[in-house]
Design a binder for this molecule. Sequence first.
Ligand code: FAD
Ligand code: FES
Length: 303
Amino acid sequence: MNRRNTSGILRIQTERPTQRLSLRGGFETVSTGNLMILADSQILWNRSLGEAYRCMGMATGDAYKTARPGQFVMVKIDSGFAPLLRRPFSIHRLIDPGDGNAGIELLYKMVGPTTDQMGGLRPGDSLSLLGPLGRGFTVPPELSRTALVGGGIGIAPLVFLASGLIAASHGPDSIGVFLGGRSAADLLCADDFSEMGLRVSTTTDDGSVGEKGLVTGPLERALATGDIQQVYACGPLGMLKGVAALAEKYQVACQVSIETIMACGMGACMGCAVKSKDTLEDRCRHACLDGPVFDAGQIILDH
Ligand SMILES: Cc1cc2nc3c(=O)[nH]c(=O)nc-3n(C[C@H](O)[C@H](O)[C@H](O)COP(=O)(O)OP(=O)(O)OC[C@H]3O[C@@H](n4cnc5c(N)ncnc54)[C@H](O)[C@@H]3O)c2cc1C
Ligand code: FES
């Protein structure tokens, strides 16, 4: 049932199975177990993290208190036509400053019309959020040693995941973080992870910070010790392919969060199709509904 309250918040209940456009034609039934909320949210802060990156805190009330690491929101700046479509952003972290302004924070890179406009917004402005959407990371109950691997803006959901792992009683010293970027300016959140007590390895393509090279270098050295049971990764496709190949080589479970182009975020447009390794009759998945987090062994990373 969908309900709009007096403040203009539309709650879209999807606990029950809903219909989505099938990648094989027609419609099929799906249940994401989500309560999606469409609402205008007021911006609390919009801080610069260097030339291209910003983090934006937004007041959402209790709308996201059950959101999971790896889930995302679809953002629209205003009701205008440019850009027409919402854009997806990972939930970077849940915020609760204790003054009644509970909400979420997004970490974004300015790369086009929506993110450029986001960069110009100020506290007190608002934008429209639809979320929380998608399936997030899962944490096996017996998990002990984990590696979080983030490349570029793919680091965005991993701060929320690290807090989730710690909240689920996985000690900070059991979590290793591997961050990669083109150069120092692209290496985000290392201090946030360190402040949580996590071990952080950094790599840059140009060697301006940390080890020169790809993030898969230190990751492979850690995997070779045999200590790691689970890898979580988010970043560019090439990085995800490299991480998934290493996880397979060392027989370690691996979940990847993928960034496809998304137009609707709700299973209606087929814009986010991902090839799965399933049978011929069921070869595709929607990144927006079945993901964006997948077991690396279940999909073909070439979208
Ligand atoms: C699940 C998910 C979570 C995301 N989380 C974040 C996040 O936390 N922070 C963040 O900054 N970005 C994130 N993104 C990417 C973000 O949605 C895009 O960068 C978005 O298109 C930017 O909108 P724009 O209007 O500013 O630029 P656009 O004009 O939409 O894009 C600028 C350029 O980037 C290309 N592009 C857009 N999306 C992708 C993509 N997925 N893969 C490759 N190229 C692309 C476009 O073709 C275009 O050339 C996420 C994407 C997904 C699918
Ligand atoms: S079906 Fe529209 S973005 Fe996934």
